[in-house]
Design a protein around this ligand. Structure first.
Ligand code: SIN
Length: 288
């Protein structure tokens, strides 16, 4: 289903190919060389495709770090992740490396940096080194997940806020003696459990296993039960798309309407990914 007549028009006349991978989430974009500066009409159409398909894929894009950053910058300001080493040359690149010394740890459903007051609009992940088999990433369409909720759960969840916690995911990567400092630097954040997409006006489930501890204003057991129910929707295959990576594949996803899960099935083999993350806006809920 398309977003609006305007979006339909932009996508119908898009200056590239669009190959959907499921009815509602995930599409390959063909016919673009992202190492080259793209005209504004291509960027506008990519943005429309991103909002429509939640995650768009590109094959065979051997970009330098600078080209990766330049492409991402066309969609907004870029963020620097707190775990990026301070001496790394391109601070906007988040390098995610796993090998025999480090097992893949991104195997939980989440959208990126929801522990920030203003979480990310989108993430652009490029495969640098990929094991011979395995290490697929899955994305779930959290708008479809919202649409599929029973009416009484929609009613219960609407208007509530959830607590998002940086240390829930990153405590193991920061020495224990720095936890208090990190908690001060990245304080708990409160975002709507159901959010409205600022471009499409669609609603989605905005709580994730990676960063969310509890729903505010509810007893602990009720908060846990509602969180478990809402978060489990991402696991439904009907809402998912799954990507098999190759070196040079890029996935660009919308953090406002999707969650992702990186399969950790390739230990002790090596997998190197580089992510550039585009800033977004403060999540909100707006009634129809
Ligand atoms: C991420 O969770 O941002 C990384 C996903 C992946 O490595 O496939």
């Amino acid at each position: 289903m398309a977003l609006s007549e305007d979006t339909d028009d932009i996508l119908d006349s898009a200056p590239f190919g669009i190959e959907p991978q499921t009815p509602t989430i995930g599409a390959f974009i063909t016919g673009l060389d992202l190492s080259q500066e793209q005209p504004q009409d291509v960027i506008d159409a990519l943005r429309a495709a991103l909002v429509e398909w939640k995650v768009i894929f590109f094959r065979d894009q051997p970009l330098s770090e600078e080209q990766h950053i330049a492409f991402a910058r066309r969609f907004g300001e870029l963020e620097v992740h707190p775990v990026t080493p301070k001496d790394q040359e391109n601070q906007e690149i988040l390098r995610i490396t796993h090998d025999e010394n480090s097992k893949g740890a991104e195997n939980n459903w989440h959208s990126d940096v929801t522990w920030r007051p203003i979480p990310s609009m989108g993430s652009i992940l490029r495969a640098v080194e990929i094991p011979a088999v395995g290490s697929d990433t899955l994305w779930a369409n959290m708008e479809a997940a919202y649409d599929g909720l029973p009416d009484d759960i929609k009613e219960l969840a609407t208007g509530l806020e959830a607590e998002h916690n940086f240390l829930r995911a990153f405590a193991s990567r920061v020495p224990a003696e720095r936890h208090a400092e990190m908690a001060e630097k990245y304080p708990l954040q409160y975002h709507p459990v159901i959010r409205t997409h600022p471009e499409s006006n669609r609603k989605s489930i905005y709580v994730n296993v990676g960063f969310v501890d509890r729903i505010m204003g509810m007893e602990e057991d009720k908060s846990r039960a509602l969180l478990d129910f809402l978060q489990s929707t991402a696991k439904r295959p009907e809402y998912q798309v799954r990507l098999k990576w190759q070196p040079g594949t890029i996935a660009f996803w919308d953090n406002r309407s999707s969650q992702h899960y990186a399969t950790s099935d390739y230990f002790p083999h090596r997998r190197v990914m580089e992510r550039v993350t585009v800033c977004g806006d403060r999540p909100y809920y707006k009634a129809d």
